[in-house]
Design a binder for this molecule. Structure first.
Ligand code: GLN
Length: 297
């Protein structure tokens, strides 16, 4: 990988500060981990440092919901890129409370509502699922971060109440918000995340815990959604520069999938204007350039 293209970007972005607890993270950090389908792991930089996974959790929530709801879930959430920021409210009103896709906040809130209907303790069900996928029984959610998110929940709460008004929200909004924030506040490192998402590179099969997490068909569907919507209004730019299914979070992490080969996680806390890790995007671009491969040929 070409370090010369990545390192100068550290110091050029901005750590997420709309969630006050995230504003305190040291911006000068970078980590990367790769988990191959044969179980080989490579890592560099601060790959062992835990960070807030934030919207990367939306992929776990979607996976859990798909396992239980199958095709029926798509009546409540779309599969189209939004072309808008992750926390935008504008489309929800004129599209009658059906969010464009499961990776913008509105979509993830509907998916969380589905999981809320299904599990007695939705966050604990999610935490157990993530621990199993990452093969790490110690993973936990950071209460300081989730409490801070709940305190500043106005925008997410507005989306959820608007969807409720349209009849696309079954449970108590505040309960779902608590679980959604607890999921976003999971602390994981690059190695955990590369490992946890290895099933998306391996036709739905998680090698280390011998589990078929999704069918091969569902796996290509999730990867398709990641490629079109995983980086919100920057999904096109990510497809152009990196050419892999990916998902970012405002904690500065990005996971990407090289189907049938490996999963990768990069992390660097400073974000660009779309809320995606500045150095992380550059590192993935350098990686896809150096392996000479993308899902687009
Ligand atoms: N928890 C964040 C929110 O709801 C997640 C956003 C993100 O990572 N893009 O705003």
């Amino acid at each position: 990988m070409n370090r010369k293209k990545v390192r100068p970007l550290i110091g050029q972005g901005k750590v997420a500060d709309y969630i006050p607890a995230l504003a305190n993270v040291n911006p000068n950090q970078f980590g990367i981990a790769v988990y191959g389908n044969d179980g080989t792991t490579y890592h560099a930089g601060q790959a062992h440092t835990d960070f807030s996974i934030q919207s990367i959790s939306k992929v776990f929530s979607l996976t859990l919901a798909m396992k239980h709801y199958g095709e029926t879930m798509w009546e409540r959430v779309g599969r189209e890129p939004s072309g808008n920021p992750f926390n935008s409210l504008v489309q929800l009103e004129y599209e009658a409370g059906i969010p464009r896709n499961p990776f913008i906040n509105a979509g993830a809130l509907v998916v969380s509502d589905m999981n809320q209907s299904r599990f007695a303790s939705p966050h604990y069900a999610m935490r157990e699922f993530i621990r199993r996928l990452a093969d790490n029984p110690n993973l936990h959610s950071d209460k300081v971060v989730s409490t801070s998110e709940y305190e500043f929940r106005a925008r997410n709460a507005s989306m959820a109440y608007l969807m409720k008004a349209f009849g696309n929200f079954e449970n108590d909004v505040e309960d779902v918000l608590h679980n959604y924030f607890d999921n976003c506040a999971m602390q994981m490192n690059c190695i955990d995340l590369a490992k946890a998402f290895s099933f998306l590179a391996n036709k739905g099969y998680s090698r280390h815990n011998d589990e078929q997490v999704l069918t091969a068909r569902e796996t290509t569907q999730v990867n398709g959604l990641l490629a079109t919507s995983g980086l919100y209004d920057e999904a096109g730019n990510f497809a152009f520069r990196v050419g892999l299914p990916g998902k970012s979070g405002v904690g500065g992490g990005i996971i990407a999938i090289v189907p049938n080969r490996f999963s990768v996680c990069v992390w660097s806390p400073e974000l660009n204007k779309s809320g995606n890790s500045l150095a992380g995007m550059a590192a993935l671009e350098a990686l896809s350039e150096s392996i000479g491969w993308s899902v687009f040929g």
